[in-house]
Design a protein around this ligand. Sequence first.
Ligand code: SF4
Ligand code: SF4
Length: 412
Amino acid sequence: MTMTQSEIYQELKKCVKCGACMAVCPIYRQTGREEMVARGKLNLIEIIHNNRELPEAWIEAVDHCLLCCSCEENCSKEVKITEVIAAARIHQTEIKGLNKVKKGAFALLKNRIFSIAKFVKLGSLVQWILWRRLPRHSGLVRRLPLPGIDENMVVPILPRRNLDDILKKRKINPQLPSLLFFPGCATRYLHPQMGLDLIFVLEQLGFNAIVPTEFNCCGMVTWGAGDAATNTQLKEGNLKVFNDNAQVKTVVTGCASCGHALKEYDNLPQECEILDISEFLFRHKEKLEQLVAGRNLTRKITYHDPCHLRKGQGITKEPRWLLKLIAGENFIEMRHPERCCGAGGTFGLTHKELSRKILKEKTDAADATGAEIVTSGCPGCLLQLTEGAVVADSSWQTEHPLSLLAELLRNS
Ligand code: SF4
Ligand code: SF4
């Protein structure tokens, strides 16, 4: 959502400077600097509200935020902190413009000719020149020194065929009730198997998942970067798809960030309901419990709450119910599962050192459980956690809970 000047002002006025946000901000925990926590950021934003001169301290404060919503969850005044920070980034972009890398990346999201799909396919052909496969984890690390990329940075393996390609010849059973599946860019272009797992699980429950190829990126990354124009364009494209399929009332996604972004859209078609896959499965728990009955994954599993699922959408019990269903006693809670992993959209790329420090808390907590698999309902968190395992030399794997469920059902 893009805020008007008067809405921003109203939010700024709601802050009573109590400092409750300090207890939960991952950036503040690492830096101890007032301007890095919500209270300090709001103060700075208020001082130069409407001003076209942007001091460096202001830019640094606005830039150093994971948009993790931890402060919002702890704010008794319900200040819409992340929306104000995103609005400040839009203000900054209007004055200074976007940096070249983000500009180029966002152009791929909206360009149908040189699209992200083509970029990934091209990358899949040449990736092995610069990158090598990780021996114990899913992902790639650099082969040779590359500028700005350290030896532990993990990037996904780019598949030759994306989810749209794989689904081209799929036959849908017209007898089954349908719902829309919004895969999001990560699942669609980088981890198509995750999308196939979700479709498979829905079919087991008796539903068709329709996956329109016209879907855009959800817009979360452009919103977080302050690119209001691209964000609006992406959202309008998605709203058109929702309206064109308005007879289908339920939209599911397996990506926490996409779900959070879509739920914030204005003007969704009437009765259109966006659900995270864990919410959807929870609504069909009796059927799923019957399907799973008597079977358990035997590996130890723990769970990291994606910020955009827990704090953005208030979803905590559903993924835990699912993990207990498939792993029983082998599901172990980690210390502070609610704490951000430090990914924060592009934050993990642009602020590597700080992001790694935040990640270290998470990998230490995962290590302490003795789990063999760390799960999370967000592809971005999963990539960050994989990098954490590589940095910490931990042996645990990372998986989406949905993929574990699919594995269990396939092996029946
Ligand atoms: S918790 Fe909310 S009201 Fe208190 S200082 Fe932080 S933003 Fe302001
Ligand atoms: S959104 Fe997260 S990183 Fe940003 S100020 Fe709030 S708690 Fe800190």
